[in-house]
Design a protein around this ligand. Structure first.
Ligand SMILES: NC(=O)c1ccc[n+]([C@@H]2O[C@H](COP(=O)([O-])OP(=O)(O)OC[C@H]3O[C@@H](n4cnc5c(N)ncnc54)[C@H](O)[C@@H]3O)[C@@H](O)[C@H]2O)c1
Length: 250
């Protein structure tokens, strides 16, 4: 029996990177999975690979009507929603002086508004089955600041506070809500970020030594905590900040 056997889990931004790892892990432990993403090619390929217990739905998490469509598609295919992983996110570098207002708004809209909409529609849906688990992906960068991440820091700190408000509201319905704060894991997002640096290898080495454990994370390091929070093993855990960062944000 898998640790999330029979649960229906939706992972936004699930086509590649950490979202794909979360999706694979939940599926391997018995969940039916709904993958959503802007990236239709990789999202559909992952769903095809996982088979009948996986569904891909194209989604932009900042589109409210799209959330209604995703909820309807989930219930239509699998009958319920037990777990939402609000994973879709974007990062762009920039100090408060350097970051453009357009980039600020893009980061805040995807990371904060997208997570807000996910929580809003998931609570409405999960109430119908008497409970569920919402997992919001923040970051170590939501716990400690960097001079060149003004927008990303702010957006991920907002995700952590939204998580606590959702937990306080949704607990009465048996719905839990926690935030996860990963350290640096090499994904398409981090590769693109590193490649903006004048010396990408030096940038990766800087990232590595900033972790107390002196290594970057692996996708499975983060997925293990997602699995715990999705499962009934965490049934008394809500409103928490799960720092899975190798000691980055201390
Ligand atoms: N990789 C890390 O080191 C790290 C560390 C801390 C937190 N995080 C967070 O983890 C999450 C996943 O990061 P990742 O590194 O796997 O990123 P990634 O860029 O590799 O993958 C993110 C996925 O989200 C999708 N996406 C982006 N905007 C979207 C939107 N508006 N609607 C729907 N889908 C959208 C992308 O198409 C992509 O498939 C993000 O929230 C990120 O901020 C990552």
């Amino acid at each position: 029996m898998g640790r999330v056997e029979g649960k229906v889990a939706l992972v936004t931004g699930g086509a590649v990177g950490l979202g794909a790892a979360h999706t694979r892990t939940l599926h391997s432990e018995g969940a039916k999975v709904v993958i959503t993403d802007l990236n239709e090619i990789d999202g559909q390929a992952l769903a095809d690979e996982l088979g009948d217990d996986a569904l891909f739905v194209a989604q932009n998490v900042v589109d409210e009507a799209g959330w209604q469509n995703v909820m309807a598609a989930t219930v239509d295919r699998f009958g319920r929603l037990d777990v939402l992983v609000n994973n879709a996110g974007v990062v762009l570098p920039g100090s408060v002086e350097d970051v453009s207002y357009d980039d600020w708004k893009k980061i805040m809209t995807v990371n904060v508004d997208g997570t807000f909409l996910g929580c809003k529609y998931a609570v409405g849906q999960m109430k119908k089955n008497g409970g569920g688990s919402i997992i919001n992906i923040s970051s170590a960068a939501g716990l400690s600041a960097s001079a060149d991440l003004a927008a990303y820091n702010t957006s991920k700190a907002a995700v952590a506070m939204l998580t606590k408000s959702v937990a306080l509201h949704a607990g009465q319905f048996g719905i839990r809500c926690n935030s996860v704060h990963p350290g640096t894991v090499m994904t398409p997002m981090v590769e693109a970020f590193v490649n903006l640096a004048p010396d990408p290898d030096a940038a990766v080495e800087d990232m590595r030594v900033n972790h107390a454990l002196q290594r970057l994370g692996e996708p499975q390091d983060i997925a293990n905590t997602i699995l715990f929070l999705a499962s009934d093993e965490s049934s008394f855990a809500t409103g928490g900040e799960y720092r899975i960062d190798g000691g980055l944000a201390l």
